[in-house]
Design a protein around this ligand. Structure first.
Ligand code: BGC
Ligand code: ZN
Length: 372
């Protein structure tokens, strides 16, 4: 069957290759954790989303091939339909729509209790990213443990399950961490960045009843600012109003959700957070970027203001479920808005070069491949 792969370490090596099609009895190849007998699910891939991580993998800034091989099948944002299930699978049946999680367990205590998203080992296993093949292919097999059912009436948003899990986890992490305060009822949130993560975070924070400002560089109106406004949030162009000016005008935020991919913004955000607030970092900034900040001022304000920085990556099945609940709630509250994130479909695996080209295009909000 066809698969889109890269040669990790070699820039711009994305290519189409032929790999063996798995059967229900096969293990994911090569596998880091064996699927227990009878627990396999065979999935037909319908759509795969791609993001900046895929771009960085193709630029050889990130990602590794599975042990013993030189190529990595990419694609970690999955959406598919169940073809066959093993005899011990009770949660899924053929025809169900699913998304499959990205990380697989290592050996730390966190991995053993189902929290591979917070593994304490430096080596992490992620399908389509690090040491495990991904989903940008025709069919795949995996453990039912990692498959999350997508409600049939949400299948038009199924390809957003993984990005939604990342947002839902990051927000949940902030709320869990803020239990340190005994009472935390955030009223005002700034979302930094209006890519898919920033937009989904905007929706999720609006659903929690907050006053949300979503900041990005380009002055509106445009497609992204329209989506922000359709969620009932306020779009702010930092070219017109800096985040410092915005904080001075509307008040400092209780919560900042950072999703710009820009290291400087990550640190500048520390200058505007309100007392007892939480700043959540979700960007994964490849390469090197020195930033100059007034460390004394930030330290003073952070200590006197009891401020908190939370970092969040990945999502396990619990976070996929939270993400899907939020997508469902969002769809009922803001009908038809979230699908406007799905701007750039690519027809079939054969068009992988077009997919990579669109990933470079700053105006392409969401690139995804219609595989079947
Ligand atoms: C993925 C996450 C993953 C992270 C780090 C992101 O693009 O969406 O699932 O944990 O990259 O590799
Ligand atoms: Zn991703």
């Amino acid at each position: 069957m066809k698969a889109v792969a890269v040669l990790p370490g070699k820039a711009h090596s994305v290519h189409l290759r032929d790999i063996p099609a798995p059967g229900l009895g096969d293990q994911p190849q090569p596998h880091v954790t064996a699927v227990p007998e009878g627990r396999s699910v065979l999935v037909k891939v319908l759509q795969i989303g791609v993001d900046a991580t895929d771009r960085e993998i193709n630029e050889a800034l990130y990602g590794n091939a599975p042990p013993g091989g030189d190529y990595l099948v990419i694609g970690h944002e999955s959406f598919g339909q169940v073809l066959e299930v093993g005899e011990k699978v009770t949660t899924l049946r053929p025809g169900d729509y699913v998304s499959c999680t990205v990380r697989r367990p290592g050996h730390s205590l966190f991995d053993l209790i189902g929290r591979n998203d917070i593994t304490s080992e430096e080596t992490y296993y992620e399908r389509g990213i690090n040491l495990c093949h991904g989903y940008l292919t025709e069919t795949f097999v995996d453990d039912a443990e990692y498959m999350v059912k997508v409600p049939v009436n949400l299948k038009h948003l199924g390809v957003l399950s993984e990005p939604a899990s990342v947002c839902a986890k990051a927000i949940e992490q902030a709320f869990l961490a803020q239990q340190r305060l005994q009472v935390w009822n955030p009223r005002r949130a700034f979302v930094l960045g209006a890519g898919q993560i920033g937009l989904l975070a905007t929706m999720m924070l609006k659903l929690r009843g907050m006053e949300v400002y979503t900041l990005a560089t380009k002055p509106g109106p445009h497609h992204k600012s329209d989506i922000v406004e359709a969620y009932g949030a306020t779009y702010v162009s930092t070219r017109q109003t800096s985040m410092h000016d915005l904080a001075a005008q509307v008040g400092k935020p209780d919560l900042i959700f950072e999703a710009t991919g820009n290291a400087e913004v990550c640190f500048r955000a520390m200058e505007i957070l309100g007392h007892n607030g939480a700043l959540v970092w979700t960007s994964i900034t490849g390469g090197k970027h020195d930033v100059t900040i007034d460390g004394a001022k930030i330290n003073l304000e952070w200590v006197l203001g009891n401020k908190l920085l939370v970092s969040s990556v990945n999502g396990n099945r619990h976070h996929f479920e939270l993400g899907l609940q939020a997508l469902s709630h969002g769809e009922l509250t803001y009908p038809g808005v979230t699908e406007r994130i799905l701007t750039h479909p690519v027809a079939g695996l054969d068009n992988y070069a077009e997919m990579m080209r669109l990933l470079e295009d700053k105006d392409a909000l969401k690139v995804y491949v219609n595989v079947a």
